[in-house]
Design a protein around this ligand. Structure first.
Ligand code: 0RA
Length: 655
């Protein structure tokens, strides 16, 4: 999640691009190279650096990568590869190390015959990391010597020199992100851990150690060692670990077709959503593309063929009931990860995460088709379970369509379709408009009075909505609160083939804000609503329309000084700043719910765009989100409790 201010400032269009030479260009337009200068861009520096070591591992020369967050928020990435070459670069008349560190896009170009497959989304190279660091130290351990060069804002402070001897081999990079460039320079352990775990799953056999040397409240440091022997087989089990499996096997393939390395793992569960995670060169292709096309095609054709050959009776019965199986029925309750490596990927789409290479579709289709039909032939019992599930999905879908059509016919555009509880705004330009989904009728009342009715609409919902993870998705249409949300938004929605009907251009509000109490119940409702949007309207999130409001927890008052505090830390800071850290002498009002604030307070603290703090919901790590949502909404209590205890500030206060 990032703050909305950050989003607004970070967008550079082609018209902003100036021709600038070298690393100055990176410092002048950092967002063009690393996406943005918020928390996301800050963490990107680590990914970019680690990717170089991953490339060395994929080339077969490196087995261990150590990532360390130091107390001063500098980062060390050290590997046991061959070490970046330090000899003179013929054309540049500089050490090869200096070229890698100071010339844009120079990384990896020495090694003729091998191509750089890894690389962050922007694939900009470690010289960008150097340019955006106030200080950076590169060390290369080669031939018994330690070579070193240091830089400030990307500029070398001296020529590469030998500073000692070593028995080690490899590369060590340490950088201090420039505080004058990044909005924040504080690293989040969990964000890095998620990416390192993902990289370990995607690149079986590499050990990635993550160490946080910043002591926590109890003075402890943290470390995780990520290693996967079985790659995607373990990844798909991890993602699906809190779901009930249809059967225990992972259907797995690891092969090469038409020169394209393809790895894929498939698992079936008893739930109803489709969870496909795809990667190209270790990059999560959120928008899919030709590899996913090939995968879907193979799945549909292979299962269809198998069912026609082995389960003709069941199919006849379907036909009699006028039910036709469609592509999405084959993917209900399917969790799959597909990872391929492409020498020259073409990334397209809104966020440049859609693979365009047309040759990939056929290769993937062939690989997956072969592996899947082998599996079905060899496992008739499991194959029958899959076919039965597909038939059930098709039957339910046809019943659902009838229910849905009766609801969605009342489209807001055909007039009179808006839910009665919606207090709409007067502006008709969706780009200006916000809709607050508010928990409880009393808070809804405060919000209606406190809002700016010109551009802010209020939709109160009553208590907890249903748990999307545990019901067939079409049940949503029988649920009043969910229907109200859909009708107010003006967007149709659906999964799979039906998602084509979702028309986001008709969205009536460009900001959809979830506003709930700052307590455990509110947190639960946030999660239920986020799950609803994540599963049924992922594009709403991908297009950046979903936000969470942050109401304050306290109002602290000392004499004439009055401040709202949004977390416990801010309250303690208030005490330190104005009352020597003492509780006695400070009047503290604890807000238990939105309803306790009067309309003016609610406007001032939570709704006024000038003063509020909105968290934007983003899908940075789709596989991680898949795991977390299924875990939070699943039947297993223990991991849920652990997650909430670790993550929710609210839990500490209410517990
Ligand atoms: C090109 C050639 C060689 C090593 C590397 C790149 C290399 C780059 C990085 C970046 C981080 N860790 C790295 N490890 C190795 C070696 C060429 C040779 O020794 O023959």
């Amino acid at each position: 999640m990032t703050d909305e201010e950050i989003m607004n400032g970070a967008d550079y269009s082609a018209s902003n691009i100036q021709v600038l030479e070298g690393l100055e260009a990176v410092r002048k337009r950092p967002a063009m190279y690393i996406g943005d200068i918020s928390e996301k861009g800050l963490h990107h520096l680590v990914y970019e650096t680690v990717d170089n070591s991953i490339d060395e591992a994929l080339a077969g020369f490196c087995t261990h990568i150590e990532v360390t967050i130091n107390e001063d928020n500098s980062i060390i990435v050290q590997d046991n590869g061959r070490g970046i070459p330090v000899d003179m670069h013929e054309k540049e008349h500089k050490s090869a190390l200096e070229v890698v560190m100071t010339v844009l896009h120079a990384g990896g170009k020495f090694d003729k015959g091998s191509y750089k497959v890894s690389g962050g989304l922007h694939g900009v190279g470690v010289s960008c990391v150097n340019a955006l660091s106030s200080h950076m130290t590169s060390q290369v351990f080669r031939d018994g010597k330690i070579y070193q060069q240091e830089y400030e804002k990307g500029k070398p402070l001296y020529d590469v020199k030998v500073v000692g001897e070593t028995t080690l081999r490899g590369t060590r990079q340490q950088f201090w992100p420039d505080k004058t460039i990044f909005i924040t320079t504080e690293y989040k352990y969990d964000i890095l851990a998620n990416r390192m775990r993902e990289l370990a799953f995607l690149n079986a056999g590499i050990t990635i150690t993550l160490t946080d040397l910043r002591p926590d409240d109890e003075g402890n440091t943290r470390q995780d060692i990520f290693y996967s022997k079985d790659g995607l087989q373990e990844f798909v089990r991890y993602i699906d670990s809190t779901r009930t499996h249809l059967f225990n096997d992972v259907i797995y393939l690891n092969t090469e077709k038409q020169g394209i390395p393809i790895e894929c793992a498939i698992m079936y569960n008893t739930a109803y959503s489709e969870n496909l995670h795809s990667y190209v060169n270790n990059i999560n292709t959120i928008e899919g593309g030709t590899h996913l096309q090939g995968f879907r095609m193979a799945l549909t054709r292979t299962l269809k063929k198998y069912a026609e050959e082995q389960c003709s009776k069941e199919l006849e019965k379907l036909e009699k009931n006028k039910v036709e199986i469609s592509g999405e029925d084959f993917r209900e309750g399917l969790t799959a990860v597909i990872s391929i490596k492409v020498a020259e990927p073409q990334f397209e789409g809104q966020t440049k995460t859609k693979l365009g290479n047309s040759e990939v579709a056929g290769a993937v289709q062939q690989a997956v088709g072969e592996a899947l039909s082998n599996y079905l032939e060899e496992h008739p019992k499991e194959a029958k379970l899959i076919v039965d599930k597909v038939i059930l999905a098709a039957t339910a879908r046809v019943a659902a369509r009838k229910a849905r059509e009766s609801v969605q016919r009342k489209s807001p555009l055909s007039g009179g379709g808006l839910p009665g509880k919606l207090a709409d705004c007067s502006d008709r330009d969706p780009a200006n408009c916000e809709m607050f989904i508010v928990e409880g009728d009393s808070a809804g009342g405060s919000a209606k009075q406190g809002r700016n009715r010109h551009f802010q609409a209020i939709l109160p919902i009553r208590g907890k909505i249903f748990n999307v993870e545990r019901v067939m998705w079409h049940k949503a249409f029988e649920h009043e609160e969910v229907n109200n949300i859909i009708q107010a938004l003006g967007v149709r929605y659906g999964l799979g083939e039906d998602s084509k009907e979702a028309n986001y251009d008709k969205l009536r509000y460009h900001k959809v804000v979830i506003m709930t109490d700052a307590d455990v119940d509110g947190y639960h409702i946030d999660t239920l609503l986020m799950t609803l949007f994540y599963r049924y309207m992922p594009e709403l999130i991908q297009r950046g329309h979903l936000f969470i409001a942050t109401p304050p927890l306290y109002r602290c008052k000392k004499g004439k000084i009055e401040e709202y505090c949004y977390n416990e830390q801010q309250r303690l800071q208030f005490l330190l700043k104005y009352n020597d850290g003492q509780e006695q002498g400070v009047a503290t009002q604890r807000y238990k719910g939105l309803g306790e604030m009067n309309p003016e307070q609610l406007w001032e603290t939570t709704m006024n765009p000038e003063t509020r703090l909105l968290k934007q919901v983003t899908i940075e790590d789709a596989a991680g989100a898949d795991y977390v949502f299924s875990m939070l909404m699943g039947e297993d209590v223990a991991p849920r409790r652990e997650f909430i205890e670790k993550n929710a500030n609210y839990a500490n206060i209410d517990a």
